[in-house]
Design a protein around this ligand. Structure first.
Ligand SMILES: Nc1ncnc2c1ncn2[C@@H]1O[C@H](COP(=O)(O)OP(=O)(O)OP(=O)(O)O)[C@@H](O)[C@H]1O
Ligand SMILES: [Mg+2]
Length: 146
C-alpha cells in the first residue's frame, strides 16, 4: 500500500524498505498499539532493551501528538529486507506546526502538555525528520538500526 498523497514522505525517503504494517491513530489506545508493535519487532530482531525502550518511547510521543494536536493520523512501519533497519512514518492532516524549532524546544507546549514530546523524540530516535505545513498537516519519519 503506498503512502497517501498527503504524506510528506515517499518511496525515495524509504529506500529499499518495505511496508510491514499500517495503523490508524484515533485514540490513546492506538498510540499504545503502535508502540507495542514497534517494540515487538525490534525485540524479535535483536535490538537491545535500551534501544527498544528509547525508540518505542519516541514512537509513543509522536503518535500521541498526532492524536492530541491533529485529531488523529496514520502510522506505518517499514523494514529493510535484511531486517537491519526499521523506519516509522507518522502523518496527519492536522493544522501543521508554525514554528518547528520552537515546537522542538523542551517545555514549549501550545497547551496542556509538558512540551517534552517532540524534542524528546528527536533525541531518542537520532534519525528524525519532520515535514509540516500550515493547514497541510505534519509528517514525522524516524529510523533505528537493528
Ligand atoms: N502532529 C502535530 N500537529 C500539530 N501540532 C503539533 C503536532 N505535534 C506537535 N505539535 C505542536 O508542538 C508542540 C510541542 O509538542 P510536544 O510533543 O513537545 O509537547 P506537547 O504535546 O504539547 O506536550 P507533551 O509533553 O505531553 O508531549 C505541541 O504543543 C503542538 O503545538
Ligand atoms: Mg506531545
Amino acid at each position: 500500500m503506498p503512502l497517501p498523497s498527503y504524506a510528506a514522505f515517499d518511496e525515495k525517503d524509504l529506500g529499499a524498505q518495505v511496508l510491514l504494517s499500517q495503523y490508524k491513530l484515533r485514540t490513546s489506545g492506538d498510540a499504545v498499539t503502535v508502540r507495542q508493535a514497534v517494540a515487538r519487532y525490534m525485540k524479535e530482531h535483536g535490538a537491545t532493551a535500551l534501544s527498544v525502550t528509547r525508540f518505542a518511547t519516541a514512537v509513543s510521543e509522536i503518535a500521541r501528538n498526532a492524536i492530541v494536536h491533529a485529531g488523529g493520523g496514520e502510522f506505518s512501519i517499514y523494514v529493510d529486507p535484511r531486517a537491519k533497519q526499521l523506519t516509522v512514518v507518522c502523518w496527519d492532516k492536522g493544522p501543521g506546526i508554525e514554528d518547528v524549532e520552537l515546537a522542538l524546544t523542551d517545555g514549549y507546549t501550545s497547551g496542556g502538555g509538558l512540551g517534552r514530546g517532540l524534542g524528546g523524540a528527536k533525541r531518542l530516535a537520532k534519525i528524525f525528520e519532520i515535514r509540516t505545513a500550515i493547514g497541510g498537516g505534519t509528517s514525522v519519519l524516524m529510523s533505528v538500526n537493528l
